[in-house]
Write a protein that binds this ligand. Structure first.
Ligand code: DC
Length: 681
């Protein structure tokens, strides 16, 4: 959702509630490849829907696998180990979990069945090493050409039909740079065990062993029984064949869970815990052991099959020294938890961070320093001393989902005594789409802040001035919530009609307003479970709203409902009295105007395009009458709020109006090299 240049997080103070985790990236992409290579159809449940799985699905489709989406399930009909397409160019984004195993699988398939496959990715993918895997495959007889820098993608994999691979000798692969090389071989070699078993020998100390456990576990689900001697020798028996398990369920992502476990440890205090669903103590993912590390820092974690619950325990958290080889991805979250500790945290065994989506040691050190931490980094460790004084910061994310998710947790700085207004800006927040496109929405659902510190932009103005369109566009650009307050008055009118309450029965209308069961679902609005979006837009609903909105008790009844929209990360509210009555402390108030003639013309075009019959004159009269009624009513009359900035958009396009409001907002929130923003939000 957040394809926006930056997302401003207000200082947050608490968290509670339930998050449903998206599927594990590692499991999803392994399952997709296995299902794509196996014979028969596999129904995959709870597959992760993200950038990395999308490139894998696209690759499988290009290779001729059958793919069907049905709700949350994907049906994959595999190749049965036989290439259907012999030439293809596959773009794999920045997905290591797609690049490495597809390289191995297509290299052995091309070498035995004939073909030519080019595998490419984004520029960062072309900086991520793959040489050790290539070096393991070439002695087998695979033809692999470096299309760029040797040892890095892009690669060309080719071969002639009828080729034989030298699988009689053990295949040697290094295990100390990325465990994905071994995973890639384990996933690919069952394709060529016809003539005899294949043996893989690992050179060097194998890192990230839990990921190999996931690979072995999933291979077993697809009928491949790998024999393992310690972590150095793996044998794929002769005649191994992938057999689909029919149905397979992807558990929630344990690395993603780490952000919510940390959230609970930091911010679930006093009330309900943070509950995580989709992943439990029975997880097959290595990163589940993040739970132990979080406990060591102070978290209280309970759980069972498919769920975890986390609360704050010790506070402040306590620094730890930990070899993180077993939890390479989730360990990043510990570096951010370290901000909330009362002693330093030293994480070792993390050399692999340097070859991930970005150089994560360097990136983490740079960004933690911005918020005020004192950080030392080395080739394979990071040490974080919590901030003596927190600073507002503009956080770079390096196109790395984990950097964005981790650093968002720094916005709970009031809990560590940061000065009010110590805000955080996350640049390019959409990078979370790699593993959790809705991460920020999920975080905001759980997080709470002092309402006074949640920024609000009010956009008031007369009817048909374009406030609704402007407010929606500004909210989308900032990633903020939207309150169309007119819709509340309109919905009250609709409910009154349904219940037969007369338009002049102030008490009856106020009762309806107080119990308004309204749900905003993206663009759609539901009243008592019924979609009333279209009914609300009718002129008759607007006229009715204008009338009933003059009753003080109706306005009062809707007041609390409007305040409740002020939630993290911020709100754009449009109406008549957003700046004058409801959000009087809003840091930016805009009063939008346009001439009655201009507004009548806009409304005319709108109505005509929908096939309604009317005249410009009639509309103009109606608009002027409504202006007069809204302006002259005793309570909350339409007028610019004190300090409101006037925007006459008679001669502006929507984009120009949006740009003006965003420019005003930026002035108010100057992050000028990390200095304190001008307003208290
Ligand atoms: O913005 P709108 O056209 O949807 O609003 C419909 C009517 O509701 C409008 O004529 C006046 C009333 N209204 C109000 O009194 N206060 C608000 N904050 C919003 C709308």
């Amino acid at each position: 959702m957040f394809s926006i240049p930056h997302l401003d997080l207000p200082p947050m103070r608490g968290a509670s509630g339930t998050v449903q985790l998206p599927g594990s990236k590692s499991i999803s992409n392994r399952v997709l490849l296995l299902a794509g290579l196996a014979e028969g159809t596999t129904v995959v449940h709870d597959l992760l829907d993200s950038d990395d799985t999308r490139v894998m699905l696209d690759a499988l489709a290009t290779l001729g696998c059958g793919l069907q989406r049905e709700g949350g399930q994907v049906r994959i009909t595999g190749l049965g180990g036989q290439l259907k397409v012999h030439e293809a160019r596959l773009f794999l984004g920045n997905a290591g979990t797609a690049m490495r195993p597809l390289t191995a699988a297509l290299a052995v398939l091309a070498a035995t069945q004939g073909g030519c496959f080019d595998l490419t990715g984004v520029p960062r993918m072309h900086e991520r090493p793959i040489g050790d895997l290539v070096d393991a495959l070439r002695p087998l007889g695979c033809s692999i050409e470096d299309l760029g820098q040797p040892g890095y993608p892009p690669l060309r994999l080719s071969g002639r039909a009828g080729g034989r691979l030298a699988t009689a000798q053990p295949i040697r692969v290094r295990g100390d740079v990325s465990s994905q090389f071994l995973t890639a071989l384990l996933l690919a070699l069952p394709l060529v065990t016809g003539p005899g078993p294949a043996v893989i020998e690992v050179e060097g100390e194998l890192i990230s062993k839990p990921y190999i456990e996931i690979t072995l576990n999933l291979l077993a689900r697809f009928g491949i029984a790998v024999q393992r001697e310690g972590w150095s020798r793996f044998t794929l028996p002769q005649g191994s064949r992938y057999a689909t398990p029919g149905q397979i369920h992807v558990e929630g992502d344990a690395s993603t869970a780490s952000y919510f476990i940390a959230l609970g440890a930091i911010a679930a205090h006093g009330g309900a815990p943070v509950r995580i669903e989709g992943l439990g103590t029975d997880s097959i993912q290595g990163d589940i052991r993040f739970v132990e590390a979080a406990r060591a820092m102070g978290a209280v974690v309970g759980g069972g099959p498919g769920w975890l619950e986390v609360r704050r325990g010790r506070w402040p958290l306590q620094g730890i020294t930990l070899d993180c080889n077993h939890i390479p991805d989730a360990a990043m979250t510990l570096a951010v938890m370290a901000l909330y500790a009362d002693s330093p945290t030293r994480l070792t065994g993390i050399a692999s961070w340097r070859v991930k989506e970005t150089d994560r040691i360097a990136a983490m050190a740079a960004e933690l320093r911005k918020v005020g931490a004192d950080v030392t980094e080395g080739a394979d460790f990071i040490e974080v001393r919590p901030p003596a004084a927190w600073r507002p910061a503009v956080i770079r994310t390096y196109d790395d989902h984990r950097m964005a998710m981790c650093l968002s947790l720094a916005a709970f700085n009031p809990l560590a005594g940061a000065a009010p207004g110590c805000a955080l800006r996350i640049l390019e927040p959409h990078c979370v789409a790699k593993t959790f496109p809705d991460y920020f929405e999920a975080l905001f659902d759980l997080a709470s802040a002092d309402p006074a510190l949640v920024p609000v932009i009010t956009i008031d103005g007369p009817t048909a001035s374009g406030k609704g369109t402007l407010a929606a566009a500004v909210a989308a650009r900032l990633g903020y919530h939207l309150l169309d307050s007119g819709a509340l008055y309109r919905a009250t009118g609709v409910a009154a009609l349904w219940d037969g309450v007369a338009p002049d029965d102030e008490d009856g209308l106020a009762r309806i307003a107080a119990l308004l069961d309204l749900r905003f679902d993206g663009e759609r609005i539901h009243l008592r479970g019924r979609d009333i979006t279209d009914a609300l837009r009718l002129e008759t609903s607007g006229a009715m709203a204008s009338r009933i909105s003059s009753f003080p008790r109706v306005r009062e009844a809707l007041h609390g409902l409007q305040l409740a929209f002020r939630r993290v990360p911020g709100l754009v509210a449009d109406g008549r009295d957003m700046g004058t009555v409801v959000f009087t402390d809003a840091p930016l108030k805009v009063f939008l105007t346009a001439s009655a003639a201009e507004r009548a013309e806009r409304r005319y075009k709108q109505l005509i395009s929908k096939g309604n019959k009317t005249t410009i004159d009639a509309l103009r009269q109606d608009i002027e009458a409504r202006d007069e009624r809204d302006r002259s009513r005793v309570v909350a009359p339409l007028k610019p709020a004190e300090g409101a900035l006037l925007l006459d958009n008679s001669h502006l396009t929507i984009e120009e109006s949006v740009a003006q409001v965003l420019a005003w907002w930026e002035q108010r929130r100057s992050f000028d090299r990390g200095t304190v923003p001008l307003d208290k939000g």
